[in-house]
Design a protein. Sequence first.
Lengths: 287, 487
Amino acid sequence: MYTAPITRKQKAAIILLIDQSGSMQEIINFQRSRMSKAEAASYFANLLIEELINRSRRNDGVYDYFDIMVLGYHGEVVESLISDKIEFQPISRLYFKVVASKTHYIERKIPNTDNYVSAAVSYKCWVTPKAEDSTPMFTALMQCEKAAKRWSSRPEHRNSFPLLVINITDGEASDSDNMMLLNISERIKSISTADGNTLFFNIHLATSEDSEQIVKFPSLSEKLPENRLTQLLYDMSSTLPDCYNDIISEIKGNLCTPPFKAMCYNCSGEDLIKILSIGSVSLDKTI
Amino acid sequence: MTTANFIESIINPVGRFKTLDTIYPTLDAGGSPLFYTTSKTIVFETRLNERRYSLSILTGYSDSEQELIRKNCLAQQIRNIPSLAKVRYLPKELLVFDSDNKPCYFDVILQDITDTSELHVYMRKNLFLTDRRPIRNALTAITRLASSLHDNGIIHGAISSRTIRLSETDGSSAFLYDTPLILNKNHEKDTASLIRMAVMLYLAGCQPKLSIMMQGIDLCKPETFSFYEKYILAAAEFHGVRPLENILHALHENCHANALTEIEILSNTPFESTFPLLEKLLVECCDAEHMEIEPCGTYYESNLKDINTDNSIRVDWDKCSFVGKTSHNLIRFKQGELWGFADKHGNKLPLNNLIDADDFYEGRAVVATTEGYGLIDSQGKYIIKPSFEDMTWWGKENVVTAQVYGSWNMLDRCGNVISKSSFDWMGCFSEGLMLVRRHNKYGFIDKNANTIIPIIYDYASDFDGGKSSVIYKGSEYLIDKNGTRLD
């Protein structure tokens, strides 16, 4: 289980759900910067898309190893943020899509010297920040369930690496209660390919005063921040399979006991990308 | 590390390389570096002293694997086989900063791109005017193998699909360099043999082939993989190309007769299955790394049972004179003269002495104590202290209007004042605009507190169907949302 190589004939899929409700306007500390939760979520999404594209780059182009869907939810709206319709996009389509890019400059200190060098860092913006209205998380998860079922049931995906669902939110659903969210999460997690069940990740962006605290992939016994919503997202998230244990232990850098939950509190994005490398050994025989 | 971290170093090479001071990346038209990735390397196209090089950054190998690769590269340099690319293994060459600004050093392999076209040079010299089909088949087989090796993180040194462009299955695109030369469709047995030989020589002449096998075997787990059996089988398969080495040797020695005999043998060898054992081996090595896992159970059921263990903070719903609907998983209730919020298990938010409360919307609710009105979040913490004379939370627009000392202001959901000056009165949002009054004149602002329609009217109504009725200097008329008079 969770061993299927990702190839062009046996693609993997990722559904990214982004909370765009008004509460995402709040400012948090993220990546050593002050930014709104909405900016942090879009940064996270763009980083993930770029990384998936980069990992799919082969010497003669971008191979479609991944299908991706990015859904934003706010008010009564659940919409695709990377296409006109709610549907999976092959990763190469995003590569060719013309989007704005931003460049910022950072200073790096060269180790063992007193020298600093300036570095230009560019990134593309497929997803732009937005924060308004209420949080229809349940509706978004229903859409996600529908899409996940459709994708996983296709014959060509029967043996694929299981679908990954990543929900970035501050946890305030307005269209459901906890039980409804837990139920639909269970349903999403039960959708499977021959290689395993869908993995449901929740990235909880903290409120301003808690935003210094970071929790990455907590183990079952680990103490969580005292926040009711964190507990809910923790309960909604998948328990990660054993193949993630080593990389998560490395990320956490402390003594921790598996199994781990697919949940982060104020995670920067890079850590999630690190663990996405599981299963991405691409044995492409399609050429 | 993400690929973006590596790109940053390559794009900004100053101070990042230990020895390759003057290296710089080849950029595409958009200013992005040309690169591709495998599961364990990122390969950039670079320029150094006016020559093209591929720079492979080893990102995913263990120390022992890197050591093996280093030895392979070194052996390859020493052998100096013409068909092989010139490679240099540079340990701890590249400085990369991770997202936490932590510096890390990576080993790289620098490979002369020009040299990797040796196969094409050979074919150009020897195989012009040939049938293109066997070439395509042969090169397809190589590319498959190259891809398989790359995707398994094995750096071959000689085989790279970069050097050979694959034709489409419909034949729409031919090879990168040799398109004009592969024109003649006549199939000739000797030509096919030569092609096979060229291809096999390319493989056979590569870096110690058994080391490649060893490298593959090292990746797997001894308990799940029959090391010796596979090793022997694979070695046997490679022995199958022993005649090729003889041919290579014969050609180098100018013993054409011997070479032709070997070619004859090879021409009767079916070529379709390149190295089936090798490929199988790689697949099995990969599979051996995975382990079965138990599906996760119904963990949240047990969590729910534990939610409410402290009865002292529970609400007795029967004693409430009002119990509202659930909003944000919280229920507003009134017990005696005081209001409060609790989840459906009756766990109360830590709020006391609320003499008034609204429902939650988007994580915020207005409450009132004897001190005044304030705004709370769904944890029960005050975002705006209860010190205002009046307050409304506009959840859809994500703003608060609040009155203090008779003046109204607009605040964001975190309690920051966003209106530049205060108002005498603030109405409600209609079609995205809020009716406000200042010095007895009316106008409209948006949710960012920007004045959209000037505050000059003696009277104005809320917008309805994109129109508002106003009175200005004694005349009454309709305006649109830009403030333009409509009649």
